[in-house]
Design a protein around this ligand. Sequence first.
Ligand code: AHR
Length: 546
Amino acid sequence: MTDSVPTLAADLTSALTATTPGSRASGSTGPSAARTDGPARVVIDLDLPGATISRHLYGHFAEHLGRCIYGGFYVGEDSEIPNTRGIRDDVVEALRALHIPNLRWPGGCFADDYHWRDGIGPREDRPRMVNSHWGDIVEDNSFGTHEFMDLVELLGTEAYVNGNVGSGTVAEMSDWIEYLTRADDSPMASLRRENGRDEPWTVPFFGIGNEAWGCGGNMRAEDYAALARQYATYVRDHGGNRVTRIAAGANVDDYAWTEALMRAATNLERRDGAAGPYQAISLHYYTMTGPWEDKGDATDFSDEEWYLTLSRAARAEELVARHATVMDHYDPHKKVGLVFDEWGTWWNVEPGTNPGFLYQQNTVRDALVAGIHFDGFHRHADRLLMANIAQTVNVLQAMILTDPESGALVLTPTYHVFAMNAAHQDARALAAHVLLPEEVTEVDGRPLPRVSASASLREEEDAALVSLSNLDASAPRTLVLDLRGREVTGHEATVLTGASTAAHNTPEQPDAVAPAPLTDVREHERGLEITLPPHSFATVRLQLGE
Ligand code: AHR
């Protein structure tokens, strides 16, 4: 994979390989549970807040893929579906309710085929291109830079623009950031004005290519690291715009890739003190139960596949912890952020749909996959700068599904997890220790406690939010929230579940899986006693005494 031997990554890999079955590798920090003789408990010290959970951990991703952009976000001005300059009003309304902090665009693999100049100017004059990764269809470029930035403004979110390294040029990337963010009469700012936008936009995040080890150019780590330094140099800060440049990071457990990027990231201190030449490194990992050829069915799965899925979702946290260990070695003060900008479930496409469009249903299982990811993200808030679920509308683990014929919009169970967890954004992480009376069994070589939890504190509101997942497919779980350090003066609990693990929402049954008040909550000498239904996700908002 690399020409030189990356010692730290090699050491880490051999340490993990040497781990005996049933034990946990040192440095491995996936979800865990201690044993207790008493009832199941989640112990939280409300007066010991840790790192701030960046709101950007709740980020999103919209690629020119299947019906994500076209038919999902964008229907065109002539559509019968209510829209603003072609962007669906109902999609915007639903996503505004989530307070989505950032949106990554235009890919994904598509980004390294995309030439931004093809997507500006009068639509009828825009050249066409082949979207070779996703369905081999012809893209008419009717949704381009101005349409994306319009969407960003309608959503009230921030732009994460992903540039093209694989088939683009340094000059093209340099011009794009100038076009987007420069205020004066520079060539690119003038061109933007000719196309109808006077004021520069704000672009806080810029991706230096995508999956450079694969669809982004099939590069070796050191070769890409050299290119990333070069390209990132020309993604300039124009005027007051400050860009976080995100180098295309590792696939799953390729620690050598992260190490190569960390080596190349150091010894280049920018004048303003930010680490350089890129300030963050990405990571991609998808949850699936089978191999690429047969990733598993979105709605038809056994209990065995249920637990396998949840264990594989829990792997995301191990990956974050281990990549962070590599990063810590080179960057102990955590100047370089880890950006988990593609995560989520990847199932076989729905029968009868284009295999290149990655359209899949979304069940209670997907909701718990999201819950597990967020619990892990909260625990690693000190290194994780951003995370982006793939993808927002009609692709992979989507928030929103739209019907291609009727246009009807459905909110998925995953959408509801994002909504229920929204108050974790920019709150401070609280450790949530899970204690269970039963022995934790392994699934897929990984201990999988049947309860997952995390918590955070909003100091300015004297409030805390606790997220709880009952991962048991069929049994309810009663547990005690053991709340220490602050007085709890009120609580409000919400639960998300369905009639089965595979329950999901459709235009005919849009609320088969929808949040509801959780009433099975009782005062307890240690805090609160709660009963969670089987296969459920819940949040408890705690009001704290001053
Ligand atoms: O999200 C779908 C695809 O998965 C992205 O385009 C690519 O980056 C990844 O392989």
